[in-house]
Design a protein around this ligand. Structure first.
Ligand SMILES: [Zn+2]
Length: 454
């Protein structure tokens, strides 16, 4: 077969699915998507959800750690059912799950959308009083005059790009809960949209709202197998276009030095005296200063000692290593080993030397199928949003889920200054996130099976 014939056959084969696809691709005209209505729903939902006190607690092993999370879980389950979601469940850990059955006969993978219900420990989540500041025109937004709590582009640079947007803040004395109730509101509004617009074609959509993300305890209880999704996205990100597809590789290390301090210090010279406390402090000093948390940023990893404990003749040092690439992890592991070996060689009278490493979590990039990221990028581009690939300098629920078998990158949700009294939500960015999700659902249905991303 010559090349020309081959091309012609290929074009003919592609023609039918492409024209059908083109119609479905234009989901906004098919559904008569109304931006103002979407913003109204997002605002109503978000301002309602933040009135639930769902602050998580690290003082208990129970999941959910606080009763307020169960309250919100039940309210969300009720709302999902009202909007046509099937198999809605709240399990004993307060995890809410549900399913929107496919209405398309393509063999589309099951795609899930997740958000967490709890709020951070750094500020109170009780009696949150949201304020909606419509049509921001620049300058100061007063959260609380008495407490001199003000938002402006000086303390919140992204506000410089928020002219004309609706901004939601708390009223002082509490956080807002934008992290992650923006995500919850976006997912719930997507659910209502699909229910109101059966003309929009989609595969199976799975929904989950999870507890205790802030302590990391909730995700451990997530039953990936029974959830039954092929791919998932968390809606727990910040500014327009953010797509987090990377997290740190994380290792911990433990160093033990054993000496002999049970000698009268006055007679230590020429004795078996061996100072494990000095070995521990030498080790700490020998670690590179330019590879510490406060001397690294962006894509550069670090080493941090968390504790040094000395009891009698034994000193124990515990620390962590964080790095995006395997090469850098090797390099930093080498630095720790080198410091340890140096101390060992300097203290021939020492009784015991031990160094162990333990893997904690891995950069999720290594297990995320490329199609998940390229479809999310394409969804944004089709909505005139510039995708910004982001690497999280920490672990996420998504990175844990990814290694539990459910690949889960994170999408922007319009939350800013999180974990603080200055936290705010940008309703227009939330609306852009909603459109991205709907477009993504449409793209998965059209391209998700073929593996060919344009
Ligand atoms: Zn969050």
């Amino acid at each position: 077969m010559n090349k020309l014939v081959k091309t012609a056959i290929l074009a003919a084969a592609l023609l039918l699915p492409l024209s059908a696809a083109a119609q479905e691709m234009d989901w906004k005209s098919v559904t008569r998507y109304n931006k103002a209505e979407a913003k109204k729903q997002l605002t109503e939902r978000f301002t309602k959800y933040v009135t639930f006190d769902t602050q998580s607690s690290d003082q208990t092993a129970k999941v959910p750690s606080t009763a307020g999370q169960t309250k919100l879980a039940k309210a969300l389950a009720k709302e999902l059912k009202k909007n046509g979601v099937k198999n809605v469940k709240v399990d004993s850990n307060g995890i809410v799950t549900g399913e929107i059955p496919a209405n398309s006969n393509r063999n589309t993978p099951a795609v899930a959308f997740l958000a967490h219900m709890d709020t951070a420990l750094e500020a109170s989540g009780k009696d949150v009083k949201p304020q909606v500041h419509t049509n921001y025109q620049g300058g100061d937004i007063v959260i609380n005059a008495e407490r001199k709590l003000i938002l402006n582009p000086g303390n919140s640079p992204q506000l410089a790009r928020a002219r004309g947007h609706d901004i939601i803040t708390a009223s002082g004395g509490t956080l807002l809960g934008a992290d992650d109730k923006t995500g919850v509101a976006i997912i719930m509004t997507m659910v209502q949209f699909l229910n109101d617009h059966p003309e929009m074609q989609h595969g199976t959509i799975k929904i989950a709202f999870t507890p205790d993300e802030e302590t990391g305890a909730g995700v451990e209880k997530f039953d990936v197998a029974s959830f039954g999704a092929d791919y998932a996205y968390t809606l727990d990100g910040g500014d327009l276009g953010e797509l987090t597809n990377e997290t740190f590789n994380a290792k911990s290390f433990t160093v033990e030095f054993e000496g002999l301090r049970a000698v009268h210090p006055g007679d230590a010279m020429n004795s078996a005296f061996s100072d494990n406390l000095l070995m521990a402090s030498d080790f700490h000093t020998l670690l590179p200063r330019h590879r510490r948390p406060e001397t690294t940023a962006d894509r550069r990893g670090f080493i941090l000692v968390d504790s040094i404990t000395t009891i009698g003749d034994k000193s124990e040092i515990k620390g962590i290593i964080r790095a995006f690439s395997e090469e850098e992890m090797q390099e930093l592991t080498g630095e720790v080993t080198r410091a340890f070996n140096t101390v060992k060689s300097m203290n021939y009278k020492g009784k015991g030397f031990n160094l162990t490493f333990e893997d904690q979590y891995k950069n999720m990039k290594s297990v995320l199928p490329e199609q998940m990221i390229s479809l999310a990028q394409l969804a944004m581009k089709n909505e005139d949003i510039t995708p910004v690939l982001t690497a999280a300098r920490g672990g996420t629920d998504g990175s844990s889920l990814s290694f539990m078998g459910l690949p889960t990158p994170d999408l922007f949700a319009g939350q800013y200054n999180i974990h603080s009294e200055r936290e705010y939500a940008d309703v227009d960015v939330m609306e852009a996130s909603l459109r991205t999700v709907l477009r993504l659902i449409s793209l998965w249905n059209i391209q998700g099976n073929s593996g060919n991303v344009q």
